[in-house]
Design a protein around this ligand. Structure first.
Ligand code: SAH
Length: 263
């Protein structure tokens, strides 16, 4: 891509392993980076990645090179000695807006031409289907906003899709980006220990998942439903299906109506 900045993103050139005291540096680079599913993240706070994604199954997958991420620190593209990234909104009003030129330079510095997503409360609500689409491609670029958001011209110019984590307002896009990366990465081959668990989960078939139970068999007088300990697999499957349907109808009438319509 054009417009290489004078001070390249800190994350550039991390394709080799080198000793470092920073734990994030230690777990990020792997020799298999090139073919791994990749999240390019444009953010004012690169130190917040991988965050939670560095633990448990997503952390192991990151370590094993099944996926990788590259932060593009917005500050590196700022204006002037103070590397300013924001300014007051045209037309007046509260807050600050991320500058079009600054965000534009960061976008053009992203090494791979993946689809660009702007994390935004105005966006299309994120769904399991979106995670599946993203997981089937080579990667995505996530633009994390801060303050009042980014200059509209950037969104128009690069034809950026706005995606929301839900109908609430966060202070920045980083938590939303991590949530969406998590949902996507766990669908990549080899990330979940048991591939079947992804097939049976909530939202995969349009229904919410049935309840789970484990030891002890009696807890504070609450017993595990008899059918689950009966050893009758067909009956267990039937019970789970029934519970899944009841739960969906009760807590998510919108999903239940859609399920009945699509059946
Ligand atoms: N003024 C904006 C909100 C800005 S919140 C508005 O009213 O629409 C600051 C940043 O947090 C946003 O730029 C966005 O990147 C992120 N953010 C806030 N809520 C979000 C949500 N529900 N989903 C995804 N990103 C969100």
């Amino acid at each position: 891509m054009s417009n290489t900045p004078k001070s390249p993103a800190k994350s550039h050139g991390r394709k080799t392993i080198s000793a470092s005291a920073d734990p994030r540096e230690l777990i990020t680079p792997t020799p298999r980076l090139k073919h791994a599913w990749t999240a390019q993240i444009i953010t004012l706070f690169p130190e917040t990645f991988p965050g939670t994604l560095g633990t448990s199954l997503t952390g192991k997958a990151l370590h094993d090179g099944l996926w990788t991420f590259e932060t593009i620190p917005l500050r590196n593209f700022g204006e002037g000695r103070h590397r300013n990234v924001d300014d007051t909104p045209a037309g007046g009003g509260a807050g600050m807006v991320l500058r079009a030129d600054v965000v534009g330079r960061a976008i053009e510095a992203a090494p791979a031409p993946f689809p660009i997503i702007y994390l935004s409360p105005r966006g299309t609500p994120f769904t399991q289907a979106m995670a599946q689409t993203w997981a089937s491609g080579p990667g995505i670029t996530l633009l994390c906003g801060r303050f009042e958001g980014v200059d509209q011209r950037v969104l128009d110019h690069y034809d950026i899709q706005e995606v929301s984590l839900g109908d609430f307002v966060l202070t920045g896009g980083e938590i939303a980006a991590q949530a969406m990366i998590d949902a996507t990465v766990r669908l990549l081959p080899g990330v979940l220990g048991n591939a079947d668990s992804a097939l049976e989960e909530s939202h995969t078939n349009g229904l919410l998942e049935h309840p789970h139970y484990t030891r002890p068999a009696d807890w504070k007088g609450h017993k595990i439903p008899d059918i689950l300990t009966s050893g009758n697999h067909a009956k267990v499957a039937e019970w789970r299906r029934e519970m899944s349907e009841k739960l969906t109808a009760r807590t998510r009438p919108d999903l239940w109506a859609k399920h009945l319509k699509d059946k």
